[in-house]
Design a protein around this ligand. Structure first.
Ligand code: 13P
Ligand code: SF4
Length: 305
């Protein structure tokens, strides 16, 4: 089948199955192009919670499809590549988190959505990079456990100096490949560019940034900014929409190492096969789902600052 035929067949099957296609901002260009909705983790989980479609096809990684399954138990959630995982999500497990909770009784657990359903179920509230500060501020407690991303945790801790954090030692291997030396070199090569990075980058990288934000925050910031040139410190997939939405501006990836292998797995052929076979389906055991949903619902109820 030619590329055009595959696209047409995917769109036809989406209509036939009453399915909505959600794609994360890091997906391959051709997946973003064909998606009904692209967005960051927060936007996609909000969309999963409110869509009227019978089927959600999630082009992203496993924890994202799990979140959709948690929030929409009456819908079929498909993940075209079941092997698309997230190494950061795998860095925290239920046994380890329970042990940490036992050492800090009564301290609430804030869990980044980049985590398994089982870990969410052990948590008091979830957050994404777009709402993490608002979520933490919404808690009356002065001490909290933040898991799994130590970099996001340290970044938001700056905005809530009155709170004490216990950080889990997880991180995103893709964002941690960006070094301060590389950023300094890029800034020297492009002195007229602003440097923007994701809070999953290490603290020494965020310290060099003109702006630190989630992927959707980057679209807003770059569209509004008077600057013409940007060095981008997050996964390469973000460039597709940045360039499309801002044809008069220049976007340079801070490093060729900023490619998440998991986010790049899903192809149009995988998507077609998934719609033809209605497999693989992502499900979450009901006991886990209900507790994980409570943590996600608490997050979705937090107003943004
Ligand atoms: P956001 O799109 O929420 O900024 O998340 C980044 C990420 O690493 C998702 O895996
Ligand atoms: Fe996980 Fe990082 Fe890939 Fe996002 S970019 S899916 S956090 S490994």
């Amino acid at each position: 089948m030619s590329g055009t035929d595959i696209r047409q067949e995917i769109r036809r099957l989406l209509r036939e199955r009453n399915a909505v296609l959600l794609a994360h901002n890091y997906m391959r260009d051709e997946i973003q192009e064909i998606a009904d909705i692209t967005g960051d983790s927060l936007q996609l989980s909000q969309e999963a919670a409110r869509t009227g479609a019978a089927v959600i096809v999630f082009c992203g990684v496993h924890f994202m499809a799990e979140s959709a399954a948690i929030l929409s138990p009456d819908k079929t959630v498909l993940l075209p590549r079941p092997d698309a995982g997230c190494p950061m999500a795998d860095m925290v497990d239920v046994a380890g988190l329970r042990e940490l909770k036992a050492r800090h009784p009564g301290v609430p657990v804030v869990t980044y959505v980049n985590s398994s359903a089982a870990v969410k179920a052990e948590s008091d509230i979830c957050c994404t990079s777009a709402n993490a500060v608002s979520v933490v501020k919404s808690l009356p407690d002065t001490k909290l456990i933040f898991t799994p991303d130590r970099n996001l945790g340290r970044w938001i801790a700056r905005f809530v100096p009155d709170k004490e954090f216990i950080f889990w030692d997880g991180y995103c291997p893709t964002h941690e490949r960006l070094t301060a030396e590389r950023v300094r070199q890029m800034k020297a090569e492009h002195p007229d560019a602003l440097f923007i990075c994701h809070p999953e980058c290490a603290p020494e990288i965020s310290a060099l940034a003109d702006h630190v934000c989630s992927t959707s925050g980057m679209y807003l910031y770059c569209a509004k900014s008077q600057a013409r040139k940007f060095i981008i410190g997050t996964e390469a997939g973000i460039l597709y929409k940045l360039r499309q939405e801002n044809p008069d501006k220049e976007f340079i990836l801070a490093s060729p190492a900023l490619i998440c292998p998991n986010m790049k797995l899903t192809s149009l052929e995988d998507l077609l096969l998934c719609l033809q076979t209605m497999q693989p389906v992502v499900t979450v055991p009901e006991g886990v789902r209900l507790r994980a949903q409570a943590a996600l619902d608490r997050m979705l109820a937090v107003p943004r600052d």
